[in-house]
Design a binder for this molecule. Sequence first.
Ligand SMILES: Cc1cc2nc3c(=O)[nH]c(=O)nc-3n(C[C@H](O)[C@H](O)[C@H](O)COP(=O)(O)O)c2cc1C
Length: 264
Amino acid sequence: MELREVIGRRRSIRFVRPYQPVEPWKIQMMLEAARIASHWGNVQSLNAVVVCRDSAPQSTLDALQAPVAGWQIRFAPVIIVWYIDTAAVDVQSDRLRELVDVGALGFGPKEQRREALEKQIFPIFEGIREGLKQPGLGEVDCGQGIAQATLMAYELGLGTCCLGTPNGDAIRAGLGMPESCRVLVLQTVGYPAEHWEAGGQRPRRPFESLFHLNEYGKAFPRDPEVVETLRRDKMFTRPAPLPGREEELAYLKQAMGLKGTGLL
Ligand SMILES: Cc1cc2nc3c(=O)[nH]c(=O)nc-3n(C[C@H](O)[C@H](O)[C@H](O)COP(=O)(O)O)c2cc1C
């Protein structure tokens, strides 16, 4: 599948087949994609614990909770607990040395680059190290990694859904992670039980209200020809709601024995 089509087909898939396990190599491919995502200073603070429903202790499964549509956790064969390990910032200097050594940062003779790193760059980071462990830049690069893993999952025929949780501390403790870790999001993974369109591409705020040109408030012009190209390349697909979606939801609810409205 081409990149634009993968981006276009991706949906939060909430209904997965509970009876179909996910091959470990596919999860590995997701993790490999996350690992090579871009990270500030190449710090790589994104980590994950992969929880497999078949083999995880019940106490681990019980610790995984999310308030909105958290029922998905009970059906997914795999739940990836994505977390940031802020301790990675403590060894950031090593990551920067690697970048300079391989020629990915700076230019000119290598010895001079190394010296500039030690004398000019490290003092800058010295003063802001603890601040860099706070929510912010680290979360941005973790998001990039999770996004790459998500697109890989779609390319492999898997469905995923991210679930936010206020239960991060309990999950951290339940999984035995050190205190330097912050749980970011739970990602359910499984084979979709719903049609790939999942009722259509979800509504979004207007392009012009999101993106600006040169200054705030001046909309970035949206060229209809570009939109048409992306539609042809399958990045834009049929928008929600699609005909038959309500019937599909009713069918899935009954087939999976779900109760209530599915919002909790
Ligand atoms: C970081 C993150 C957290 C999310 N948390 C939840 C959640 O707690 N519960 C939920 O049902 N969906 C959650 N979602 C899924 C969003 O509701 C979904 O992405 C949004 O409705 C857009 O739909 P789409 O992903 O199919 O394009 C989350 C998505 C992201 C990226």
